[in-house]
Design a binder for this molecule. Structure first.
Ligand code: B16
Ligand code: MG
Length: 216
């Protein structure tokens, strides 16, 4: 019997990938690197600095910047990204999320957030769903990013359950890999590419019956 839910944020609760893309594209343009939507798929679920490193490698500029300059570039991208987030409201929840979270609350199934985003607390407040989560793993405290299972194991600790008792929701292959390595049941959500490692895949969370899911 499963006892709790662990949610990725971007791509599962809301679609902030489009704002990440605008901010990264503007930054990449300024340093003479061209990225497109197809390349952006590789950045999903990947930390801010890892995303920058992938963009630099994509443009053959991986050795052109010092660590301090890279930190400045990442900060610049984040300033633009946060400005784009200001207009978020509950209307930006992905379809079925509000219904699923309300049902989980009714059935007293606790949820936690396992997102690579350092902006997760702000985004959840803007979406009006912060109170639906027992806690958020702080990505600043992690040794390794997804696909390492660390973030998911920490989310299970927040829920006070074993990883095997948790169900993880992810939209990115790196996230599904991390969930499975943590020993959780993996639900793949809204995948734009096949999430081969997921135990099940859905297009919207309210396709799922929580009582049935807890029996997995
Ligand atoms: P930030 P998730 C991830 O969120 C995004 O998918 C990824 O594109 C982003 O680089 C990462 O968060 C870090 O975000 O710059 O806000 O700290 O999918 O793990 O919820
Ligand atoms: Mg995601």
């Amino acid at each position: 019997m499963k006892k709790g839910f662990v949610f990725d944020l971007d791509g599962v609760i809301t679609d902030t990938a489009k704002y990440h893309y605008i901010a990264w594209k503007n930054l990449a343009d300024k340093i003479g690197i061209s990225i497109d939507l197809e390349f952006n798929e590789q950045l999903k679920g990947i930390s801010r600095m890892d995303s920058l490193n992938r963009i630099l490698a994509h443009g053959g500029k991986e050795n052109d910047f010092t660590e301090a300059e890279k930190a400045e570039l990442a900060a610049k991208k984040n300033t633009e990204y946060v400005a784009l987030l200001q207009g978020l409201t509950e209307k930006d929840l992905l379809p079925g999320v509000a219904e699923f979270l309300a049902e989980a609350q009714k059935l007293k199934v606790p949820s936690a957030i396992a997102s690579a985003s350092k902006n997760a607390p702000f985004i959840l407040e803007k979406l009006g769903v912060a109170a639906d989560f027992v806690g958020i793993v702080d990505p600043n405290t992690l040794k390794k990013g997804k696909p390492d299972p660390e973030i998911f194991i920490r989310a299970a600790e927040i829920l006070n359950i074993q990883p095997e008792e948790a169900i993880g929701f992810e939209d990115a292959p790196a996230g599904i890999e991390g969930i499975k390595k943590a020993g959780m049941f993996a639900v793949g959500v809204l995948a734009s590419e096949p999430l081969t490692g997921a135990d099940i895949t859905v297009h919207r969370l309210d396709e799922l019956s929580i009582p049935d899911l807890l029996k997995k």
